[in-house]
Every structure is written in C-alpha cells, then in structure tokens.
Design a protein around this ligand. Sequence first.
Ligand code: 5RP
Length: 251
Amino acid sequence: MEALSMSPPHMSSSPAILSQDDLKKIAAYKAVEFVESGMVLGLGTGSTAKHAVDRIGELLRQGKLNNIVGIPTSIETRERAISLGIPLSDLDNHPTLDLAIDGADEVDPYLNLIKGRGGSLLREKMVEGACKKFVVIVDESKLVKYLGGSGLALPVEVVPFCWKFTANKLQKLFESSGCVAKLRNDRKGQPFVTDNGNYIVDLYVKKDIGDLQVASDAILRITGVIEHGMFLDMATTVIIAGELGITIKNK
Ligand code: 5RP
C-alpha cells in the first residue's frame, strides 16, 4: 500500500480553517483528476460524492471532458446527474466500468470501508464491484482503527417482511461485540425505505467484530438479509483530505 501526501493548491496561500465540506470537496476534485474522456463512470452517493458529480458535470459543460457515461448508485445521484447533463446508463448495458468515485462512512487501515449511512449500499456495492478502479473520497474524520470504531453503525439492507426476526438474528450474531440492532427511521419516524424498497437495520457494536470476511459471510447467510455495508478489499485508492493536505493511499 503506497501513501502520498501533498497540500491542496489553495491551502499554501490561505491559512483559513477548512470546514468538513471544504475537505470533502478537495478530496472529490482530486478524484475527478483520474477521470478521462470516454470513460464509463460509477457515480457515488452522499455529500462527498455530490461534489465529484458536480465537478464532472462542470468539466463536461466546459468541454474539458467528452463521451462520459455515468452509472448512478442511487435515485438521488441519478436525478442530480440528469440535471447536470451527464449521460447515464446502467450495469445491464455497461457491465464493466472504468472508474467509480464515492464517499465512505469509515475507512480502516487496510482500506476496507463501511458505507451506507445514506442508505444506498446495495446499488453502490453492485456498481463499485463492477469497476476496474474504485476511488474513495473522504475527509480525515472517516479514518478508523477498525470498522465500527467511529460509533456509527454498520448498515444492513433487509427485506421488510418480518424485519424484527432478521434484526434479532443480526444482533445475536455479534452479541460478543455488544451489538445493538436498530431499524433505521426516516425524518418522519417511519421506517427508512431504500431505493430498492427495503429497510435498513443499523448494527452498533462496542468493539471490533473480528475477522471481517467471516462476519460478512455470516451476515449474508441470514435469510432476509440482502446486503451489508462492509466493502472489503474493494477500494483501489482512498483520497483523504485533512487540515494538513491530501493523502492518497493505493492498494
Ligand atoms: C451512501 C454512502 C455514502 O458514501 C457515505 O454515507 C458517506 O456519505 P457522506 O459523503 O455524505 O459523508 O455510503 O450510502
């Protein structure tokens, strides 16, 4: 794994304190430097990925990029890309993508990720799993020693049918890590419904869940589970924007 540090160009002249959103934008713009004309691109979801989608739209408009095809990872991203004039397609028509750019909720030292706080983990995993290169963009607050270490949840997409039954099985699976499973609600207090018509059960753990591949396999063996938000060994590059500059880690 190779790491490279550098300062974003504008930081050398300005000592201003950067907001978290500034850092997200810096990481996103750096990632878009990997985009070339003619590429089929996975378009991520969330407040960090939004900056990348906006930048791609801007470069297309300026004629600095051409013949891009975007594969969106959510309805929200699809709508934003359409509003920016980014030509879109899907995995049925483009089963192999050149590059995807997306944010993450957590990044561990081995570049494993937790994604899905925005609820788009299933489409994200399908699209990003089909990419030759998957560039993850984060601000430094997303770095953790182990997945689950930020206190945020590991999201699991489940079928709505008897979701409590599935949630109980998930909680039991990680009992020794002090796991609590909670159904995610939307702003109105109703179950959050994903773009695929499913629910999300968030798993909160108090400590490391151990071997991640074993945990992943065990979650996916539970009938009623559709997918989980651990993205193991998928990121090829992680771009981290921090107060002191940008760090790029490659697998
Ligand atoms: C959505 C995701 C997002 O990429 C992740 O939640 C990070 O979001 P943000 O960039 O808003 O912090 O996985 O399902």
